[in-house]
Design a protein around this ligand. Structure first.
Ligand code: R5P
Length: 295
């Protein structure tokens, strides 16, 4: 088993290798003046099981192309098996044809990986397991998923949120808060998010909860603009929650997200290192290593 971190995940790839007691061989990488990526392997991968570690945010298109280039090169250099360990998988949210004519980008990304020689794909907190079940039969590539929510919840439990209420901003993510509540205790509930498919705008149905005087954590897979999380935090604070943490697996934090969360009343903002950010304090390296051992 050979760990080859890509340019987007050098540190995380090295941490995964340490957990596996293996050596990491980061690829050489630079950008050509026109913005294209140069990639070169530093190790002979012939006959090896190669684990490429490369997240795909920020700058998803570039990082995805780098991953495809790495995969095809590993295959071309004679790797026996290519495993793409992609902590955050770009385009996973575009997994249904919501409006006629829309691209099923998630499906396209799986095709591209498969055509580039990827045998197995490992992703943390995939946006929708249900969509994966629909799309998987169209592909040979084996997709494996794992959730970082229990390790995030454990961190929170050990950092002042033991017994806190777990809330999901969306009924579709009920599994997340059930998992969190198993670790922190304190129970769980969800609000309901409604999205206008044409404009992308969302609204939230905030229901009455028994959170007065309690601590609460809002869990989501992704924080992007922070709008979803901010609405949920405001809903909890309006109902008397004393401390509210905003926790997610993938910290995309686009344009002003952090300010939006703070303005809404977030007392703590927490994420994993699937995507680098100032709040990515919970590492998924151990989780990835454990799962990779079993592939
Ligand atoms: C969407 O379905 C995801 O689970 C997140 O709720 C969403 O990506 C968060 O986006 P934003 O931070 O822009 O509201």
């Amino acid at each position: 088993m050979m760990i080859v971190p890509g340019p987007a995940s050098t540190e995380l790839g090295e941490a995964v290798a340490r957990h596996l007691g293996a050596e990491a061989y980061p690829v050489d990488h630079r950008l050509f003046p026109d913005g294209e990526s140069y990639i070169r392997f530093n190790v002979d991968v012939k006959g090896e099981t190669v684990i490429l570690v490369q997240t795909t945010a920020p700058d998803p298109d570039r990082k995805l192309v780098q991953l495809l280039v790495m995969a095809r090169t590993a295959w071309d250099l004679g790797a026996r098996r290519v495993i793409a360990c992609v902590p955050y998988l770009a385009y996973m949210r575009q997994d249904k044809r919501f409006l006629e004519g829309e691209a099923l980008s998630f499906d396209v990304v799986l095709s591209l990986m498969e055509d580039s020689g990827v045998d197995d794909l490992l992703v943390v907190d995939l946006h929708s397991e249900e969509s994966l079940r629909m799309v998987q039969p169209r592909h040979r590539i084996r997709v494996h998923t794992l959730s970082a929510i229990p390790v995030i919840a454990l961190y929170l439990k050990e950092h002042g949120y033991d017994g806190a209420y777990s809330l999901s901003p969306d009924v579709g993510r009920k599994d997340i808060v059930e998992a969190a509540s198993r670790v922190m205790g304190g129970g769980f509930a969800f609000f309901e998010k409604i999205r206008d498919r044409r404009t992308g705008e969302t609204t939230m149905k905030v229901k009455d909860l028994d959170v007065g005087g309690r601590k609460a954590v809002v869990f989501d897979d992704i924080i992007s603009s922070g709008g979803t999380m901010a609405r949920a935090i405001k809903g909890l604070k309006a109902q008397g929650a004393v401390r509210v943490a905003a926790a997610c697996t993938h910290a995309l934090f686009m344009g002003g997200a952090e300010d939006r969360l703070r303005d809404a009343g977030a007392d703590l903002i927490l994420a994993t290192d699937t995507v680098d950010s100032d709040h990515s304090v919970v590492s998924v390296a151990g989780l990835l290593a454990d799962r990779l051992r079993s592939l």
